[in-house]
Ligand binder design. Sequence first.
Ligand code: ADP
Ligand code: MG
Length: 626
Amino acid sequence: MALLQISEPGKSTNPHEHRLAVGIDLGTTNSLVATVRSGEVKVLLDQEGRSLLPSVVHFRKDGDPQIGYPALEAIVNDPMNTIASAKRMIGRKTADIKSLRDQLPYNFDDESANVPRIITADGPRSAIEVSAEILTALKKRAEASLGGELNGVVITVPAYFDDAQRQATKDAARLAGLNVMRLLNEPTAAAIAYGLDQGSEGIYAIYDLGGGTFDVSILRLNKGVFEVLATAGDSALGGDDMDRLIAEWILDDIDDDGLSKDSYFLRQTMLAAREAKEALTDNDSTNINLSLPDGTIREIMLDRNTMNGLIAPVIDKTLLPCKRSLRDAGLQKDDIDAIVMVGGSTRVLSVKDKVEEFFSKKLYTDVDPDQVVAVGAAIQADILVGNRSADDMLLLDVIPLSLGIEIMGGMVEKIIPRNATIPVTRAQEFTTYKDGQTAMSIHVVQGERELVSDCRSLARFELREIPPMAAGSARIKVSFKVDADGLLSVSASESTTGVETHIDVKPSYGLTDEEIEQMLRDSIAHAEEDIHARQLAEQQVEAERVILALESALAVDGDKFLNEAEKSDLISAMEELKRLSDGGDADAIKRAINDLNELSEMFAARRMDASIRSVMAGHNINEFSD
Ligand code: ADP
Ligand code: MG
């Protein structure tokens, strides 16, 4: 994979002019803001001296929304108006979050079919607006503590966020009045926080288990430059799932079916489960106190071993993307030098144990796992805003699935391969299929399979006003550009006329991790089948092209250059090809194409002679040399 270093505009600013820039970790569970001051990274605190801002917003009928800790309390008291984990919904359409919706207590506004909106006491709110509230709170915190307006921010997102989710995050920032210089993948930010770019050579795995998302990335360092070898993850896996399993255990223990239908009680149990889990990081056992709806208090003891048994499936599930990222990077566990632990859930002791056991390598846990992403984002922001020397380089990420376009026969031509480092621009030339074709329909798809029907459709657009030419002679350049934020734009241009068309791809809804994983699994499972399908489709397209060309030549010149016997031989060979072309035997089609080509050679030769003679008529041969 190519190494890319980009120098950013505006780096050579006046060294005395310090511009205000912050890094924001916009987490599912908690968010943070950090900055670089006098060369040191500082996580900015709220007025009570706390660094975390719970990513929760409580909407109220009269008055501003409550954000963070006060809203956390409202989760229990006023659940319908208190939105948590908005990040799980951001950039998703109503249809995409159907199963998620069933787990949530909210009332959704079904009028707004496209973007899901939750009905609150203060009106319907989308995940973008909820995120904007959180970002606004962090912006205020930063401006109060830095004493001025921010010049720019870097916001982190999970490596697996697709185009729509990244775009929606940017929209939230715009709503909050922030100037986003870059979206940065969270694991990448963590690597920067550990200063891995300053150190020696090595290959690192970044293991990030938060409240609601899991990411793993494999990074290679060489002479102070990073190369992202692979990323994998699961955007619906984290500490919340541990809490749920513990809460189920608590409910089993209470053994009252009625209670599990009481949503107030369920939420209280989830919070109690989370508290117990966190307590078991430092203690061997803990007491869970629950007040039942009838006013009685139940005390339940939970010890660490029991909890470890309960949450083991969550931890085991994180090891699958770990394996996949190694495979994608073409590495063995042994090639990894160390693991960087990120996210609050890596405090859980059995997480550390299992990860260490899986990789058999040293874990990096020195930087606070809650803060490490914000710290890296702050360093990146400081570089981007121009406070650092030009020697500092910027880290780049990869795209999770190949991007390509549909070509004849329903096949996919990949233009940017999976795991290409971004930003990336790739172009490829295509041509017309039919004589006189004046428009071309461009269908952008994402996925690993050979056939369009097995990939995800991202966008369609048309290139028009192609001058009519013989099939195969137009030159159409299709360029794919994925910017540093992972957003795709596609343009197509015809070289003789310069007509051009362009589209920013904003897929109406994104791929879920499950879909990405499924697509990757399918591409491996179906590799052989796909090759056959592709060969067949290629031969069918070629057959159709040959038939079309021959039919039009016969119509024009058939009687001029062929006797009846020759003509009927050609036609029957053509009919044979048509018949085979409807079948499934690629080799037979190929043979029939060859037969037809051979048979039509003399026809083509006679037409050629005639056309040369007609062009040459009245000219001297020397006029044509050159
Ligand atoms: P996110 O990136 O999703 O916002 P965080 O990295 O802030 O999440 O991690 C939040 C998760 O970390 C929660 O599930 C929380 O319960 C868990 N967590 C925080 N502190 C501890 C602790 N001491 N022991 C175990 N889990 C913890
Ligand atoms: Mg996080």
